[in-house]
Design a protein around this ligand. Structure first.
Ligand code: SF4
Ligand code: SF4
Length: 345
């Protein structure tokens, strides 16, 4: 696959061409914050952003979606969103999260709704140009990414290095008529960006190798930190909602007024919300806030890794740190506290 270099002014022209041909979503400023939104002008694209408010998971698993329509006692019609789109500006830690979701949604029960959107997406990732206030991707080994994207952009000053990693990426980059093969100097500049980010995206430093976290949690189930932290938890679920690796959902049938037809919908859910584990008979498995708080940390550091070959399901984006009003959601603060008390090994 090819590695090219394109001057920033020519890149703007390239994005304008894309917008005219494809459905494009890109990172844009919303006041002094950033988020992914439909891109109508290349001038609005901001690849120098720090972090987006919402992770790009919403393009593959929307906050709410109709899975199928049905007739009561009769047939059903699955609903799929198969319109191709281009996603511009996914940071490496979010790309790692998407890679994890791809694995999770294609094992056990293959999720055709998620995978249809995923297969119709062309992802243009971009290396981080400006670290956010709470990022700790360096600690989690997610500051750079080597797979999952179709194109990877790296800002090297007056140009971008563009690596097309798939056929889809090559096809996309074919429209960048002014791109030229990346020379040695450009590749060296890209290496320098990677080296800097591997260390520099680290506003909260984890005191151990992330690979140790499942072992750490194996001895921490009864630790007082869960009660201590959960005392001020509002059970608002914001830490779940902004997390690129949280994928839990609720499914509900909605029967129309005619009592003959209806739809099956699914919507994001969150393990911190009261009622998440409520079942028939009003029984709730994690009624206590401390149990729910602990569960989220265990999902990230132990339960999900067991399903995806040991990968830790926290990519260090730092969004939950910013979203949590009582400032208790930071996984690094919890892990470091456990390390201080329980040690490593
Ligand atoms: S747990 Fe927090 S820091 Fe980790 S991936 Fe989720 S939102 Fe980002
Ligand atoms: S940990 Fe923070 S963000 Fe998460 S539910 Fe509790 S108060 Fe809300």
């Amino acid at each position: 696959m090819s590695v090219k270099k394109i001057a920033k002014k020519d890149f703007v022209e390239f994005v304008e061409t894309l917008i005219r041909k494809e459905r494009v979503f890109g990172v844009q400023a919303k006041g002094d914050r950033f988020d992914f939104a439909p891109l109508e002008s290349a001038q609005d694209l901001r690849l120098d952003y720090d972090v987006t408010l919402q992770p790009p998971k919403k393009f593959f698993q929307p906050p709410a979606e109709v899975l199928m329509t049905f007739e009561v006692g009769g047939g059903y019609q699955s609903q799929y969103d198969d319109e191709p789109f281009v996603l511009l500006g996914v940071h490496p830690y979010d790309m790692v999260a998407i890679n994890q979701m791809d694995e999770l949604f294609s094992q056990d029960n293959y999720d055709t709704h998620y995978m249809t959107r995923r297969n119709n997406a062309t992802i243009v990732a971009c290396d981080v140009a400006k670290p956010s206030e709470n990022v700790f991707a360096s600690s989690m080994g997610t500051a750079v990414v080597k797979s999952g994207y179709d194109v990877l952009l790296t800002d090297i000053g007056d140009s971008y290095v563009c690596e097309a990693a798939t056929e889809k990426g090559e096809k996309l980059m074919a429209a960048a008529k002014k791109a030229v093969p990346a020379d040695d100097a450009a590749l060296k500049s890209r290496e320098a960006v990677w080296a800097k980010n591997k260390k520099g995206l680290n506003r909260h430093e984890l005191k151990c190798d992330p690979a140790y976290l499942p072992k750490l949690l194996a001895k921490a189930y009864k630790h007082p930190v869960w009660e201590e932290r959960a005392k001020t938890c509002f059970s608002c679920g914001s830490c779940n909602q902004v997390c690129p690796t949280c994928y839990c959902f609720n499914v509900q049938d909605d029967v129309n007024w005619d009592m003959k037809t209806g739809k099956r919908e699914r919507a994001w859910d969150g393990c911190l919300l009261d009622g998440f584990t409520k079942v028939a008979g009003e029984h709730e498995f994690r009624k206590q806030r401390a149990d729910r708080f602990r569960h989220r940390i265990y999902r990230k550091g132990m339960y999900v890794p067991e399903k995806i070959g040991g990968q830790i399901a926290c990519v260090g984006c730092g969004r939950c740190v910013a979203a949590c009003l009582p400032d208790i959601a930071n996984p690094v603060a919890v892990y470091n506290r456990l390390i201080d008390d329980l040690g490593i090994g």
